[in-house]
Design a protein around this ligand. Structure first.
Ligand code: GLN
Length: 496
């Protein structure tokens, strides 16, 4: 295959790839090979992958091609190569969650989303880098190595799903899965100029997702287009007997709603989402996006106020560490992965395991959580945070009584330089606009919304009503068609 044909394959979408595979214009083997070659050519600089599963990917591509050529390829994603955040359990494939604690973990089962993607015919190219146990906003907290932003290799890709976002931006995968507890899909999507969707809490099964904060975690797609996000969500959504928090509600046909347009759509722009800490270049870009939406039929209402929204960040930093301190108690050196063996006593071994197995940020979260849950502080912190969580939920309900969707910036800045943020609190501020949707369990999407300082991408965020991903996808798709921002970084991260 010629170099041009090869690079042309790398910008393919899931929707287009599915058509071309079925029409016999390309084969899954060619497609899979092209992405594997791209990974080999670029990943020494991008460092998105923790594990590349070349052999199984090529074997699956062969199988897909025989189904396609015999006309038996009924599954929607047949033969399309994707990548998985390393927080998702994959049978027989090392799964680390970015932590030394799970250095040697090879899971005996697949996460529900992983088996659903297999049933849908997708091919996994491997496992993607992340902040340790999904705690972070820059992928600098991975125990292995930091991932670079394909738009500027000196900058971070965002986090915690930085590998998943960078892999799509660097054209190493057509699409990937990530997880979002406080913004970990949307913020890296914003930093890397791709689409990132956090579904409604309970829309997608969390079975086999290594838990961070169980009342907030959701799995969702990274893609180059909104249409692809709908396709991937369709494949992974729906009830699962292995996750009791998963909704029983039937999954709508997301594709059917994509072309609903903007006419008469009631869009709230609550002032609390347009304030604290937003850099000027982000503000200007978002304003231009709002103008484009209103010029094309959307009704933008700037009057709603959500006074509890500024509380979402402190509430999150009580609740998420509290849940994490409970969830991470299972890593004791006995059951999974890394275990220090000093031999003095069981307690000494456990202490050494947790001391060496966890990184600094994870330890900080465990300490914060254990403190907030301890006798005497529980009422003042954890219980209080739960009450404010209810207030935030109610404020969203109030806004959605009169509006279809909320619009906001995804992150207050564009991607920052590696090593630039060392203060944990400054790092936490990255999620000021994404956390509210997690607190309320609502679906939210980040799509490319333009470019800010130094030509870096800026994400535009839409938050929808519970289980109403369809409206979100509709407005996001309409904006994408109008604005038509490039999702291909100009910098050459590797020759093709
Ligand atoms: N950056 C946030 C944190 O560090 C959110 C992470 C996430 O969504 N997993 O907790």
């Amino acid at each position: 295959m010629s170099a041009t044909a090869n690079s042309e394959l790398l910008t393919i979408t899931l929707a287009d790839g599915a058509k071309r595979l079925r029409a016999g214009e390309i084969t899954s083997r060619e497609l899979t090979r092209a992405f594997l070659d791209r990974i080999a050519a670029t990943d020494d600089r991008v460092r998105a992958f923790v594990t590349v599963t070349e052999e199984s990917a090529l074997a699956e591509a062969e199988q897909a091609d025989s189904l396609l050529s015999s006309g038996d390829a009924t599954a929607p994603l047949t033969g399309l190569p994707i990548g998985l955040k390393d927080v998702l359990m994959t049978k027989g494939v090392r799964t680390t969650a970015g932590s030394r604690m799970l250095d040697t973990l090879v899971p005996p089962y697949d996460a529900t989303v992983v088996s659903r993607l297999q049933e849908a015919g997708a091919i996994s190219l491997g496992k993607l880098n992340m902040d340790e146990f999904a705690m972070g906003s820059s992928t600098e907290h991975s125990a292995w190595f930091p991932t670079a932003n394909p738009w500027d290799l000196q900058r971070v890709p965002g986090g915690s799903s930085g590998g998943s976002a960078a892999a799509v931006a660097a054209q190493q995968c057509i699409a990937t899965l990530g997880s979002d507890t406080g913004g970990s899909i949307r913020q890296p999507a914003s930093f890397c100029g791709v689409v990132g969707l956090k579904p409604t809490y309970g829309r997608v099964s969390r079975h086999g997702l290594i838990a961070f904060a169980s009342s907030l975690d959701q799995i969702g797609p990274f893609t180059r287009t909104v249409e692809d996000a709908a396709m991937l969500l369709q494949a992974i959504a729906g009830p699962d007997p292995l996750d009791s928090t998963c909704y029983d509600a039937p999954v709508p046909d997301f594709d059917a709603e994509l072309d609903r347009g903007l006419d008469g759509l009631r869009v709230a722009a609550p002032r609390e989402f347009f304030s604290d800490g937003m850099h000027d270049d982000v503000a200007t870009t978002i304003e231009a996006a709002l103008d484009l939406l209103s010029a094309n039929g959307a009704i933008i209402d700037r009057s709603p106020s959500m006074p509890s929204v500024p509380m979402a960040l402190p509430v999150y930093y009580i609740l998420a560490p509290s849940e994490c301190s409970a969830n991470l108690a299972r890593f004791d050196g006995v059951k999974y992965g890394y275990g220090a063996r000093q031999g003095e006593s069981m307690w000494a071994d456990m202490e050494a395991t947790r001391k060496h197995g966890f990184g600094r940020e994870v330890k900080r979260r465990i300490l914060l959580g254990a403190y907030a849950l301890s006798a005497g502080y529980y009422d003042a912190y954890y219980l209080q945070a739960q009450k404010v969580r209810t207030l935030i939920r109610r404020e969203f309900d109030r806004v959605f009584a009169e509006h279809d969707v909320i619009v906001a910036p995804t992150a207050p800045t564009v991607a920052f330089k590696q090593g630039a943020i060392t203060d944990p609190y400054q790092m936490y501020l990255n999620d000021i606009f994404t956390i509210p949707a997690n607190i309320a369990g609502l679906p939210a999407i980040s799509i490319p919304g333009g470019f800010g300082a130094d030509g870096m991408p800026v994400g535009l965020q839409f938050v929808g009503q519970r289980l109403d991903e369809s409206t979100l996808l509709g407005i996001a798709n309409a904006y994408e068609q109008l604005a038509d921002w490039s999702t291909i970084p100009p910098s050459n991260v590797g020759s093709t």
